[in-house]
Design a binder for this molecule. Structure first.
Ligand code: MN
Length: 170
């Protein structure tokens, strides 16, 4: 069993929410860049109310991902570093994966739409696909040449799908 799972019992309350994952990912990016997080770095990076940032910081602190004292710099714990590293990696690999496509994939929006529901195992599979197609440009051309057998939903009216919001907002 991976070390992270062995060390503690997982209860649903310990699970990261989507926005906790987003924050932790951002914290990791800042730490990777400059080694520490000052409160001012957060007000620069986030365009939400300071009160919700504070609440998020407290939740991540209670869950053991960061160490926070008021008015001091924020540090990532070992667990925070491990998860943050994974979240950044997941984000980068998913973008890389969607960019393999010549379809009109809206990469940023699609990553935001799926990232929190992809398991490490699926990420491994996606990573393999990326490596496979990047190893030889002929493979990508071959992929492009594959004909779908007329079962693509291109002509359907699918405007009630949640995904429509991604395609048509902004
Ligand atoms: Mn997200």
């Amino acid at each position: 069993m991976p070390a992270l799972l062995r060390r503690e019992r997982i209860t649903i309350e310990m699970m990261l929410t989507e926005s906790m994952e987003d924050y932790l990912e951002m914290f990791y990016r800042i730490v990777a860049q400059q080694g520490y997080i000052r409160p001012v770095d957060l007000s620069n990076a986030i365009k939400v109310k300071p009160s919700s940032v504070t609440r998020m910081i407290q939740k991540l602190d209670e869950a053991g991902f960061i160490k926070y004292e008021k008015y001091r710099n924020i540090a990532l714990t070992e667990k925070g570093m491990t998860y943050g590293r994974f979240l950044v990696w997941r984000d980068e690999k998913l973008k890389e994966f969607f960019r393999l496509s010549k379809e009109n994939v809206q990469v940023e929006e699609q990553v935001e739409g799926v990232e929190h529901y992809i398991t490490p195992e699926t990420m491994k599979f996606i990573h393999k696909l990326i490596l496979y197609f990047k190893a030889d440009p002929a493979r990508l051309q071959e992929l492009e040449a594959v004909e779908c057998q007329g079962d693509d939903p291109e002509q359907e009216d699918l405007r009630y799908l949640r995904a429509w919001l991604f395609r048509h907002s902004g």
